[in-house]
Design a protein around this ligand. Structure first.
Ligand SMILES: Cc1cc2nc3c(=O)[nH]c(=O)nc-3n(C[C@H](O)[C@H](O)[C@H](O)COP(=O)(O)O)c2cc1C
Length: 173
């Protein structure tokens, strides 16, 4: 039975929702601690595996997640680790793998760390949740990428079967 840390950064809750699914799946065979980066004390010692999930906002992952990886690189390199990104560009089939998603590609160009496993999931679009400025910006991004711009749109693009398959890999890696 492995001790797993599921560490996440989520603004509107989609990355957390994915983490909850993974926790439900993993805790049948492991001890799982699900912790938001804002609440994490930074102690990696108790864990055998660390899984990090973060969403994209305006092209970047959460800064605290990046700082955590940079400061704990040595400890992370000694463990089994996984990283997943959640973003809306990943709704496009040609941009939904670690090798094809632009944010994941850029992320690994700017960070000196390679997790054991990397994955990317499409997130959720929910205009009614966004403050005015954010809504306008997301509508613009959606327009640019030929996505829905209607302000009433609420679509969960997350492929839950893909999440389940990732959970299976996390169980055995
Ligand atoms: C303010 C804001 C900025 C965003 N910027 C991007 C972006 O640059 N690229 C992208 O693909 N998705 C972007 N998204 C979409 C989020 O990544 C997506 O909604 C995801 O599900 C959010 O996950 P979270 O709820 O865990 O934070 C943005 C969403 C918001 C609200």
């Amino acid at each position: 039975m492995a001790k797993i840390l599921l560490l996440y950064a989520s603004v509107d809750g989609q990355t957390l929702k994915i983490c909850n699914r993974l926790r439900d799946q993993l805790q049948q065979q492991n001890t799982v601690n699900l912790i938001a980066i804002d609440d994490f004390d930074g102690d990696t010692v108790p864990y055998d595996k660390i899984i990090i999930g973060a969403s994209i906002r305006y092209g970047v992952h959460n800064k605290k997640i990046i700082d955590f990886i940079n400061t704990k690189k040595e400890q992370l390199d000694a463990l089994k680790t996984a990283f997943f990104s959640v973003n809306l560009v990943a709704r496009k089939p040609e941009k939904n793998t670690a090798d094809t998603n632009p944010y994941v590609i850029k992320f690994f160009k700017t960070i000196n760390w390679r997790p054991t496993l990397t994955e990317v999931f499409a997130g959720k679009l929910d205009y009614k949740k966004y403050p005015f400025f954010d809504r306008i910006m997301i509508q613009f991004i959606m327009w640019m990428t030929k996505g829905p711009t209607n302000p009433h749109t609420e679509i969960e693009y997350t492929d839950w079967e893909k999440v389940r398959e990732f959970g299976e890999r996390l169980n055995t890696f």
